[in-house]
Ligand binder design. Structure first.
Ligand code: ADP
Ligand code: MG
Length: 256
């Protein structure tokens, strides 16, 4: 296969662990020798800050790339600790939603931009905003697959059906390559019976699509962003860091 594997990390709910998954999977993949680009598609810019790059000081962001005023090669920056490149975002990106509507190929802009940089990477990970917006659509059109982080809570399964339907629609109408790579259980606490039950339901319903690796609730993962780095590099021996490195290995092994 030529070119990088391009994956969206998506879930239309906020606060479910998308950004934590994106930056830690990126750092985990980098640690096992993969060349990785993270694309921050969320105007909150959390993946940018959490990679040690000040979103307020960016000269160019994914916004400029979507509007074709710059290229990925010119706008990307190196995460100082993460070991990967990042195409950053900040509040400016919120405006892209409105501006893109007017443009041609409005949902395929990211895909086109990434093609020019494809020789440089083994993986591109796209951190999506918590919505099924035109920005997320750009991510889904550019990607081969979707990694869905989820908390094993009561309403998690309900929210999942909206995302699964959106992915089906994008697959049918815009991007025949798109598939669900897998569901990643995050912030998992096995002592909570409900979480075990939801986890079992998830496996019954989605089978192989549920990754074997489980990401535990771990405070070091939550602390790392304020130090401008992924948990994987911030505290490599923590349970959370080790889980994300294991997840990176599982993902590479699954892709064969
Ligand atoms: P999203 O990008 O989906 O909005 P985040 O990745 O920002 O979600 O996570 C939401 C919050 O939960 C953040 O404060 C983050 O630090 C915290 N968090 C995420 N994963 C874990 C985990 N495994 N253990 C502890 N805290 C976590
Ligand atoms: Mg986020």
């Amino acid at each position: 296969m030529s070119g990088p594997r391009i994956f969206c990390v998506a879930n239309q709910k906020g606060g479910v662990g998308k950004t934590t998954t994106t930056v830690n999977l990126a750092a985990g993949l980098a640690q096992i020798g993969q060349r990785v680009l993270v694309v921050d598609l969320d105007p909150q810019g959390n993946a940018t800050m959490g990679s040690g790059i000040d979103k307020r000081a960016l000269e160019a962001t994914v916004y400029d790339v979507l509007l074709e005023s710059t290229t990925v090669a010119d706008a990307r920056r190196r995460s100082p600790e993460g070991g990967y490149d990042l195409l950053g975002a900040n509040r400016e990106l919120a405006g892209a939603e409105v501006e893109l509507v007017e443009l041609e190929r409005r949902e395929r802009r990211l895909k086109a931009a990434l093609q020019a940089a494809q020789a440089d990477y083994d993986f591109v990970l796209i951190d999506c905003p918590p919505s099924l917006s035109l920005l997320t659509l750009n991510g889904l059109c550019a990607a081969h697959g979707v990694v869905v982080p989820m908390q094993c809570e009561y309403f998690a399964l309900e929210g999942l059906s909206d995302l699964v339907n959106t992915i089906k629609q994008v697959h049918a109408n815009l991007n025949p390559d798109l598939q669900i790579i897998g569901l990643l259980r995050v912030m998992y606490d096995p002592r909570i019976t409900l979480q075990q039950q939801v986890s079992d339901q998830l496996k019954a319903h989605f089978g192989d699509k549920v990754f074997d690796t489980v990401i535990p609730r771990n405070v070091r993962l939550a602390e790392a962003p304020s130090y401008g780095q992924p948990g994987v590099t911030f505290d490599p021996v923590s349970k959370g860091a080790q889980a994300f490195v294991a997840f990176a290995k599982e993902l590479v092994a699954r892709l064969g």
